[in-house]
Ligand binder design. Structure first.
Ligand code: PLP
Length: 440
C-alpha cells in the first residue's frame, strides 16, 4: 500500500486527543510534507502554522535528518539501552550539554515529553533521598500546566479534563496559581506586566507543607498547551530564588520552549534563569523520531555516583532510551539548527510576528492576543453555553483554507516552524482575519 493511499476504514484507530466521531465523518489527512507545507490526501497544500505539534522546528522532511535516519537504520538499528552503549547516544548527549544552560551537564534520554516529565520527577525524588533528605516527597506544579499524560505529569499538571477521570493520582502534590490575567494583561506584547506577586504563592505553599517535605517545583517557562500563558517579568527569577532558599529543586518543562521556540536555545536562556533539571522532547529530533532528553545539573548527577561500582546508580530507563536511530535524528537536527541559525532565528522574526498578530486586535470575538518568540495566541470570546466550539470551527475553516492552526479551549495557538518567512506569517494572519470576520 502506498503511503498516499487513504484507508477507507477509520474505525480501528482510536485517535489521541481527537474528537474521533467528528474526525471520522470528515477526515483531515496529511500524506506528505516539505519545509513549511503539508500536502493533504486530496492534493492541497496546507501551510504549517503550528510546526506539527510544536515540534517540527526546522520544517518538514529536511534532507540531513532524513539521510541520517536512513543510514543509521542500515548501519546499527538497535543496541540494548541497559549495560550497553553505542557512540551516537554519547555524541548527542555531549552536543546537548554544549547548547544547554551552563551547569546542566548530564542527559537522560526518553521517548517523549511525557516520559521526560516522569523521568525528571523521579530524578528529583531520588536525588533528595540519596542526599539524605528522603522526607522531601512532595511535588509542586501549577494550575493550567501541561506536563504530558502519564500519572506524574497529570498529577503536577493543572488541566481538569486530563485529571478528573483518573482517580487520586499521585499524592502529596500541590499547585501554584497560573499567571493568566485577562483583566489586567490583555493584549500585552511580549511579557505581560502584571502578576509577579503570584510567585510568592509558592512561599505560602511552602509554609503550609514545610520546605522539608517538598522535593521539587515544576513549571513550563511559558505554558503552551493551555493557550500560551506568558509569565510576567521576574516571575521565574522569583521562583528560582524561593526554591533555592528552601533546598527545593526547580524543574523547567521545556518540551515546547526548548530548541529555539522563544528565539533562544531554551526558555531558561530567554528568562535568564537556570533550573536544576530541564525537560525536553519535540524539537530535539524535529518531531521526526520520538525522543526526549532530560538535562540535569552535575550536583544532581554526582550525588548518585556512589556505592559499589558494579551497582546500577539509578533504577530507571526505557528500552528505547538513546535509541540509535533517534540519536542520529537528534544529531542531524542539532546540526541543521546550527547551520541555519534556527535556535536564535525566532528573535529576529519576533518583532514582525508580534506586529502581525496584534493587527488582529479589534477583529470580531478577539479578547486577547499574546506573543513571545515565535509563539502566539489569539483568545476568542467563547460562544455562550458552547465553550471551545468557536475556536474549533476556526480550526476546521483554517484547514479548509490551507493553514494549519491549533486550538485549545477558545484559544488559537500558533507556533510555525522556525524557517518561517514573513510572507508565511502574512498568510497565517490574513487567513485567520478572514475567518474571524465570518465566524459565528
Ligand atoms: C510542556 C509539555 N510537557 C510535556 C508534553 C508531553 O509531550 P509528549 O506528547 O511528547 O508526551 C507536552 C506536549 O505538548 C508539553 O507541551
Amino acid at each position: 500500500m502506498s503511503n498516499r493511499t487513504v484507508p477507507n476504514d477509520l474505525s480501528a484507530f482510536w485517535m489521541p486527543f481527537t474528537a474521533n466521531r467528528q474526525f471520522k465523518k470528515a477526515p483531515r489527512m496529511f500524506v506528505a510534507a516539505k519545509d513549511m507545507y503539508y500536502t493533504t490526501a486530496d492534493g492541497r497544500q496546507v501551510l504549517d502554522g503550528t510546526a506539527g505539534l510544536w515540534c517540527v522546528n526546522a520544517g518538514h522532511c529536511r534532507p540531513r535528518i532524513t539521510e541520517a535516519i536512513q543510514s543509521q537504520a542500515a548501519e546499527l538499528d538497535y543496541a540494548p539501552a541497559f549495560q550497553m552503549g553505542h557512540p551516537k547516544a554519547f555524541e548527542l548527549a555531549n552536543r546537548l550539554v554544549d547548547i544547554a544552560p551552563e551547569g546542566l551537564n548530564h542527559v537522560l534520554f526518553t521517548n517523549s515529553g511525557s516520559e521526560s516529565v516522569e523521568t525528571a520527577l523521579k530524578v528529583a525524588l531520588a536525588y533528595q533521598r540519596v542526599k539524605g533528605e528522603g522526607a522531601r516527597t512532595r511535588l509542586i506544579g501549577r494550575e493550567r500546566a501541561y506536563h504530558g499524560v502519564n500519572f506524574g505529569g497529570i498529577s503536577v499538571g493543572g488541566i481538569v479534563t486530563n485529571r478528573k477521570m483518573f482517580g487520586t493520582l499521585l499524592t502529596g502534590v500541590d499547585h501554584m496559581p497560573h499567571t493568566h490575567n485577562l483583566s489586567k494583561n490583555a493584549f500585552s506584547k511580549g511579557l505581560p506586566q502584571h502578576g509577579v506577586e503570584l510567585a510568592d504563592e509558592l512561599e505560602r505553599i511552602i509554609t503550609l507543607h514545610d520546605a522539608s517535605t517538598i522535593a521539587a517545583v515544576i513549571v513550563e517557562p511559558v505554558a503552551g498547551s493551555t493557550g500560551v500563558l506568558i509569565p510576567p517579568p521576574n516571575y521565574l527569577k522569583r521562583l528560582r530564588e524561593i526554591t533555592k532558599k528552601h533546598g527545593i529543586l526547580l524543574i523547567f518543562d521545556e518540551v515546547i520552549t526548548g530548541y529555539g521556540r522563544l528565539g533562544t536555545p531554551f526558555g531558561a536562556d530567554y528568562f535568564g534563569v537556570t533550573p536544576d533539571i530541564m525537560v525536553t522532547a519535540k524539537g530535539l529530533t524535529n518531531g521526526v523520531i520520538p525522543m526526549g532528553a532530560v538535562m540535569v545539573s552535575s550536583e544532581i548527577h554526582d550525588a548518585f555516583m556512589q556505592g559499589p561500582e558494579h551497582v546500577i546508580e539509578f533504577f530507571h530507563g526505557y528500552t528505547y532510551s538513546g535509541n540509535p536511530i533517534a540519536s542520529a535524528a537528534g544529531i542531524a537536527t542539532l546540526e541543521t539548527y546550527k547551520e541555519e541559525g534556527l535556535l536564535t532565528r525566532g528573535a529576529e522574526l519576533a518583532p514582525y510576528w508580534e506586529e502581525a498578530l496584534h493587527s488582529l486586535k479589534g477583529e470580531r470575538h478577539v479578547i486577547d492576543i499574546r506573543n513571545i518568540g515565535l509563539v502566539g495566541a489569539i483568545e476568542l470570546e467563547p460562544i455562550a453555553g458552547s465553550p471551545t466550539k468557536r475556536a474549533f470551527s476556526a480550526f476546521v475553516q483554517a484547514y479548509e483554507k490551507g493553514v494549519l492552526i491549533r486550538t485549545t479551549g477558545d484559544i488559537i495557538a500558533l507556533s510555525p516552524p522556525l524557517i518561517v518567512e514573513k510572507s508565511h506569517i502574512d498568510t497565517i494572519v490574513e487567513t485567520i482575519r478572514g475567518i474571524l470576520k465570518t465566524l459565528e
